[in-house]
Structure formats: structure tokens, C-alpha cells
Design a protein. Structure first.
Length: 225
């Protein structure tokens, strides 16, 4: 199933060399088996799991998304990047994208606002950390990791998620709202019918919150319900 975003280019784009540099470390990280020490990994998280991470943070810093500031290919919210604890200290010291310390409730509002705008929540976990320290809300046109992964069609080999969307076809009316909402093109309308590609679903939850019939929910990938 082809994605409408695969291969798509934008007015201000990353060069192939820049993307290769970014992907080299990330691809190597996820290519190793589970339980083997890795440098870092990307995960796509739904809103509820991002909330859990924030509730456990001692300090939170909000700043503008550097990708959106530098590229400006869309008008989605820019002040959506959250850093936690040690990463928060670094971002305030770096002081490039207008960082400011915020509380839990404001951080949760940032997540809700970015979720409503159709941005994908992604978390970056560095070596030695038990939980992610950088929480990004990414678009496919500005954010280097997401846009590059989609461009080359290798998201399924790099991104990780414990969740997947399941649709109750007895309730689904085939309106196509979830298709427009899905960044990864896991959903398509074919001859008026919804077609779902499980391999391209990363459990971000964007389809769940906008289904007018409430026909979609997130489940554990290895779960039976």
C-alpha cells in the first residue's frame, strides 16, 4: 500500500546528506535485537503514555520546534517541544528556540493542542535513561526524523510502538476521516471501503480521537483485544 507522503518533497527540505547523517545512528540503534544495549531509539507514543511520562518529570521545559522554525513548511503550532529533567537543563543553557520552564498542566495542554493539530508525539530515549527525556510533536513536512523516514519509506524499520489501532468495522461508516488524519498512511479508502495496513500503524492515536463513530481504539500490539 503506497503512502501519499512517501517521496514527497517540500519547499525547504533536508538534503540527502543531512538525512543520511541523522538516520545512520537511529537505524543502527533499532537494528539490534531486544535486550542488547543500544545508543538510542525512537518511539511513537499515544497521548496517554506521553502524559504518564510527564507526570514523572521533576522539571519540564517548553521550546519552539527547531525543525519548524528552520524549515517553516507548515503552519502547525511551533511551541510544542518538551524536554524533561537533564534535557531541560541543557535546552535552557543552549537557549536557541525560546525555552521556558513550565508546569505539568501547561505541558499537558501543549500535548492536547498538538494532538488536535494532527502532530505525532515522538519520544527520544538516550543511553542510560530509563524513560524518554525529549518529547517532540512532529509533522511530516518539517521534522527531520519523521519527514525523512516517510520520504524513504523506512518508518517501520526505525520507529517503535507498543500500540496499534483496531477498527470495529460493524460501527465504521467509511467516512474517511481517519484516512486524512493518518500521517503514516496505514489507512486508505479503496473503492469506498476502508483498508488498513497494520505494518504502517504506529499507535499514535490520531485516528482514535477524530473518528465520529468512536469505532477505533488502541490495543497492545501483542494483545488479543
Amino acid at each position: 500500500m503506497e503512502s501519499g507522503l512517501l517521496g514527497k518533497r517540500y519547499e525547504k527540505d533536508y538534503t540527502e546528506e543531512e538525512l543520511e547523517q541523522i538516520f545512520s545512528g537511529i537505524t543502527t540503534a533499532v537494528a539490534v535485537p531486544v535486550n542488547v544495549a543500544i545508543k538510542a531509539e525512537h518511539r511513537v507514543l499515544d497521548l496517554s503514555r506521553m502524559t504518564e511520562i510527564l507526570r514523572g518529570a521533576k522539571r519540564i521545559v517548553l521550546q519552539d520546534c527547531g525543525c519548524k522554525v528552520d524549515k517553516g513548511n507548515c503552519d502547525t503550532p511551533r511551541d510544542v517541544c518538551l524536554s524533561i529533567d537533564e534535557a531541560a537543563d541543557y535546552e535552557q543553557e543552549f537557549d536557541r528556540y525560546d525555552p521556558k520552564e513550565i508546569g505539568l498542566e501547561e505541558a499537558l495542554d501543549v500535548l492536547r493542542r498538538s494532538h488536535e493539530a494532527g502532530l505525532v508525539h515522538m519520544a527520544y530515549t538516550m543511553e542510560g535513561d530509563d524513560t524518554p527525556k525529549i518529547l517532540c510533536s512532529c509533522c511530516p513536512c518539517c521534522c527531520h526524523t519523521l519527514s525523512g523516514l516517510l520520504r524513504f519509506g523506512i518508518a517501520k524499520h526505525v520507529l517503535k510502538s507498543d500500540l496499534i489501532a483496531r477498527t470495529n468495522m460493524d460501527i465504521c461508516q467509511g467516512c474517511g476521516v481517519c484516512v486524512e488524519r493518518c500521517v503514516f498512511s496505514a489507512r486508505m479508502m479503496v473503492d469506498g471501503e476502508l483498508v488498513f495496513d497494520a505494518e504502517n500503524c504506529f499507535g499514535c492515536g490520531l485516528c482514535v480521537s477524530t473518528c465520529p463513530e468512536g469505532a477505533i481504539r488502541l490495543i497492545e500490539k501483542n494483545g488479543s483485544s
